[in-house]
Design a protein around this ligand. Structure first.
Ligand SMILES: C[S@@+](CC[C@H](N)C(=O)[O-])C[C@H]1O[C@@H](n2cnc3c(N)ncnc32)[C@H](O)[C@@H]1O
Length: 412
């Protein structure tokens, strides 16, 4: 059985892998290799902690633990009972296991499906503890103390290869901790951050306007980036005020709790985040470029206001309620970003309404946004055709399961 020490995997929405590799390099990771849906990397443990607390683009960070070759489900169970689980968790911890299969084909008599394989792994953990400690830990799906990911791929000598990882996060990292209410179709926070990076938005030189801001995801991510505020700032503050609140599962792992040096470094990272949040929020109050969200719907704007307030950015982000097709820019260069309705439920007449919305935006930008930039993020590829403007760049990226396009326009 192979035991890992410094190998990690960061998952992210497809389309953001290269940007995530760069972000991880900037945090100090080595040997970053982008693959579909994430980045493998090697790093000191401190850097992995920084990635959990500071990455704007990652969905989760996993620490590789063990890898072994397996023949079939029963062999998976048997070999997994050889893992020293008590060095990874306490019997009093609740735990969650997820087994996923790699892309290559599986023989059905060897592995029925990933749920069944996962049951075998759970049995191995439970039987291990019963045998060694006389009692078993409980499974908890939603808020576990400890979370593992196992991945089974094709092997070389034996047919399959199982890799066991710690999920260092628990909840996905895109949950920043401010979202008090949901609008219909919010963009994921890490997708929004990735889009701002893909379009090279520079807060020093350009205002940001989200003309259809919904719950305010883009404007909040933009403000955090402009103030260099770590996306975990709200969770860090809550954890420091109440150490019983544990927003990341790594806080329960012997990997951290038994390593005094790492614990010291963790405290230093928390301090750094607290200090840079304070200075970032101050800096934002006096910053020249505007961060402005707008939406036509009173209800969605209400969500945006609540989210902005909870994110402590109400003195930084302006919110207005008008039709996006009548907004005009200030003198400053402006990036008009928007994520218009996609029309997931194509009710009668909705297609025509959407067409007139997308065309209206294009016409409005043509006449009133000369010298500025615009970008549309949408899951409705047909609608991009009716905008009627030449795109300067297009990117494919996923918001959850939906394949979306980001179209950029330079307006002359
Ligand atoms: C897909 S949602 C945007 C979600 C947003 N990106 C978020 O993360 O919450 C589309 C938004 O466009 C708004 N909208 C639709 N037509 C509009 C118009 N003509 N002017 C301004 N906003 C409009 C809707 O109210 C809705 O909030």
């Amino acid at each position: 059985m192979k035991k890992y020490r410094f190998e990690y995997f960061a998952s992210c929405p497809s389309g953001l892998e290269d940007l995530l590799a760069k972000e991880l390099n900037d945090l100090g990771a080595k040997l970053t290799v982008p693959v579909r849906g994430g980045v493998q990397f090697e790093s000191f443990h401190e850097v992995a902690l920084k990635a959990v607390l500071m990455s704007r683009l990652a969905s989760r960070i996993f620490k590789f633990l063990y890898q072994f070759e397996v023949l079939n489900e029963n062999d998976y169970y048997l070999q997994a009972t050889d893992i020293k689980w008590k060095s990874l968790m306490d019997v009093t911890h609740t735990f969650r296991l997820t087994t996923i299969f790699g892309d290559l084909p599986f023989a059905r008599e060897e592995f029925r499906n990933s749920q069944f394989a996962n049951l075998k792994l759970k049995d191995a953990v439970v039987d291990y503890f019963r045998h060694h400690e006389g009692e078993r830990p409980s499974v908890e799906k939603d808020f576990p103390d400890v979370s593992f990911l196992a991945r089974i791929d094709r092997g070389t000598e034996k047919p399959y290869l199982a890799t066991i990882m710690y999920d260092l996060c628990g909840d996905p990292l895109n949950q920043r901790g401010y979202r008090v209410s949901n609008t219909e179709a919010p963009v994921k926070e890490n997708v929004a951050a990735g889009i701002l990076k893909l379009v090279n938005w520079n807060p020093e030189t350009e205002d940001l306007l989200d003309g259809m801001c919904g719950s305010g995801t883009f404007v909040i991510e933009a403000a955090l980036m402009a103030g260099s505020i770590a996306p975990s700032y709200l969770k860090v503050e809550k954890h420091l005020n109440n150490p019983e609140y544990k927003p990341w599962t790594f806080l329960n792992y012997p990997w951290l709790t038994k390593d005094e040096h790492l614990l010291e470094n963790f405290k230093i990272i928390l301090k750094e985040i607290t200090t840079s949040t304070q200075s970032g929020l101050e800096k934002l109050k006096s910053q020249k470029s505007r961060i402005w969200g707008n939406d036509l719907s009173e209800m969605n704007l209400y969500s945006a206001k609540e989210n902005v307030r909870k994110a402590k950015l109400d003195q930084v982000i302006e919110l207005t309620q008008v039709d996006a097709r009548v907004i005009n820019p200030n003198k400053n260069k402006t990036l008009f970003i928007c994520n218009p309705p996609y029309g997931e439920r194509l009710e009668y007449g909705e297609d025509e309404k959407l067409k007139s919305l997308y065309k209206g935006l294009g016409d409005h930008w043509k006449h009133n946004f000369k010298g500025h930039r615009a970008a549309i993020f949408t899951g409705n590829l047909e609608m991009l055709k009716v905008v009627g403007l030449k795109t300067t760049k297009r990117h494919i990226l996923f918001n959850g399961d939906i394949e979306c396009r980001l179209a950029e326009y330079s307006l002359y």
